[in-house]
Design a protein around this ligand. Sequence first.
Ligand code: CO
Length: 148
Amino acid sequence: MSTLKILTFENEILHKVCKPVVHFDENLWNLLDDMKQTLLSKEGAGLAAPQVGVLKRAFIVYVNNDFFEVINPKIIKTSGTQCEQEGCLSIPGKYAKVTRPKFVIVEFVDRFGNKITLSGNDFLARAICHENDHLNGILYTDLLKGKK
Ligand code: CO
């Protein structure tokens, strides 16, 4: 395992739409393992593949001591709203309040391609939405535009 370099917001890769994962092989597993080590080294709540330069629809979240590997996610239900302080490992040292759903249900597959449905509230819901946005080239700062 190795710690990967995290790209910052100036990098155009972070503003691109990622492609679905089709191969559930050692390349993917190594990427996920390296992303986990990278996330743990930064004490972040989540990390998406494009943040380490890989335009694939995969992210990890580490919330309330639960660790999830989320591949090819689809948010199938949201409800409520919350507005809490948010940061991003690709925008170091900055934080802002972002409005997100209070509850989400997301369908995805794990590293072996097994289908999983996960529901999350509050911080987990926010982390899932934040990381899912990364797969569509959206940073939380994009959600603040025009909100001054
Ligand atoms: Co982020």
